[in-house]
Structures are given as structure tokens and as C-alpha cells.
Write a protein that binds this ligand. Sequence first.
Ligand SMILES: [Zn+2]
Length: 348
Amino acid sequence: MPCKKIVIPLAAAALACPVMAGQSDFERIDAHVHVLQVSPEYYRMLGALNLRVINVCVLDKYDAGFEAVAPQQATAQRAFRESKHKVAWCATFDPGDWEKHGFAREVERSLDERFRQGAVAVKIYKSIGMELKSRSGEYLMADDPAFALIYRFIARRNRTLYAHLAEPTAAWLPLDPKSPHYGYYKNNPDWHMFQHPERPKKETILAARDHVLKANPGLRMVGCHLGSMEQDVDTIAERLDRYPNFAVDTAARVADLMVQPREKVRAFLIRYQDRVLYGTDLGLGPKADVGKSIESMRTVYELDWKYFSSDEWIETRVGRVQGLALPPEALRKIFRENALRWVPGAGK
Ligand SMILES: [Zn+2]
């Protein structure tokens, strides 16, 4: 591949070609990955791409490798150590016992331990709002009083809350082969809300999320997957204006940006360049073929970088799109500095 580098940073000066086509001239951070197996090959890929990641633990009983918290956190901790901290990690907890006496204290104790092990953030998941029901039959929401102490604890310890709440609007609509989310809902009917009309509406779930933001101004929240407002950047802008403690990541939603008008998305990303974290949702499954996974990860990283940084036309799974050609300072923030600022500790 031709070397496009102009300025060679000191640390990389020994390399003949420090920046390959499709890469940045600074260390990028992918703020949202799922690494479920330890792999020196994966760490080598991070080195080769000049990349650091935040590995997000999450409890999803329908998804292989995500069914239990403890093994994921053990793997995350190992990957953190073995990668020399290039794989930072975000802990999680099982919200299932929220009605039990002493729930919040128990979660605090466990998170305290995770923080000592190096976790820089805590994830809450869409099962809150879309699945878990109280003994009296009410759906559990993110603003349930059971979580109040936990949110305060996370803020007090200067950690960040990763909130994957609700889903793309496509979850509440019939399956549509033209949607970027068609494959997911086809294969994950449990999360296809269209098939579960008794479950809460997206607006209700996001309103509960907003309530958490309002009630906890000292809590930094990263809304995963464009804060589940992937269908229109104006909706995200409105929330970002309202809640200064809110940022979003792009994990698994770059295609949703690609299908919106280019100039509108570009203007949004320039205006909110301090509030968007680049993330992919890529990762290594527990039994994944590491070589193959790495190959497809490299493709995604290259394509995403091209989309955000250049004005080239690119073939994507949602058609041919023109890159956004964001200014260098916006790229640096979205692909690095915002992760360091919104998730303190992610760069250590
Ligand atoms: Zn994810």
C-alpha cells in the first residue's frame, strides 16, 4: 500500500511507512468493542493500526458469549493486562435483582472491585426498558429508583455510564430488507419489538434515559449506538443541547449516518465534534476465528476512516456514499480526544 504520510511522529519515525492508506496519523480509539477472547494476534492488529479500544462488557442472555457477567469481566481484565492497557474495559452488572433488598449496595461493592481492576466505565443495557419486568408486571426503566444510588456512585468515582437503551426505530417496525438493521432483527426476534407489541415504546424508554441525565448532572453518560436516535441527527442534537453530560458513540450505526443527507450529517458532526465518540461494536466472539475476524475488522476500520476523513465515493452495504471529509480537528476529537475526555482512564 502506498505511504501517504507527510509528517512522521518521533515515536513512529523508525518505521519505513508509519501510516498506511486508510489510517490516521494519530492513535485512534474505538470506544465500543466486544473482546470475548484473549488473543495476541488481536493486540498486534491494534499496534499495526495504531489503535486503542474500550472493551464493553454486557449481559445479554440471547447472545453467545454475553450470557454471564463474570467470565466476560475476567476476559476483559486479562485483555487489559496483556495488551498493556490498549484494551481498556467497561464493566457491567446484572440488573435482574433490582427488587431485592440491598441491591444497590451489592452492585456498588462489585463495581468498586471492578474499578480497582481497572474498569473505566459501567454499561447498562436494553434489557432495562425492553425486557425486565417487576413482580407487579411493570417494565423496569432506567430511571427506576433502584438505580439512583448506583448512578451517584459511578459519578462519585469519576467513571462513565455507557447506556445502550432502546434500539433502532427499525425494532418497532416490520422487517424491512432495506433497513441497515434488517439482518439483526431477522436473526434476533427476541429484540424485534414489532413482534412484542406489549413492550414499551421507544419514546418511553428514551424519556426514562433523559430523566437519568437530568437527575444526575454530574454523571457522564455515553449513549451507545448514537443514543438509539440513529434515524435523525437532529434528534441527537436536541438531546446534546439539553444535556451537557451526554455524548454518543457511533457503534454499529455508521450506516445510519450514511443513509442521511451528507451535508446534514457533516454539519452535525462539526457542530457537535466534542460530543461524538467513534465506536464500532466490532469484536472477537468467544469461538471466533481470530484471523478472519481481524481481516474484517481491518476492512471496517479502513472504510469508516475513509467515510469520515475523505470525500471519496465508497461502496458500502447501504449503497455508494460520499465521504464526509471532516476537518482534521473534528476527526481528532471524534476518533480520539472525546474518548479520553468522556471516559477518563481510557488512555492509560
Ligand atoms: Zn455493543
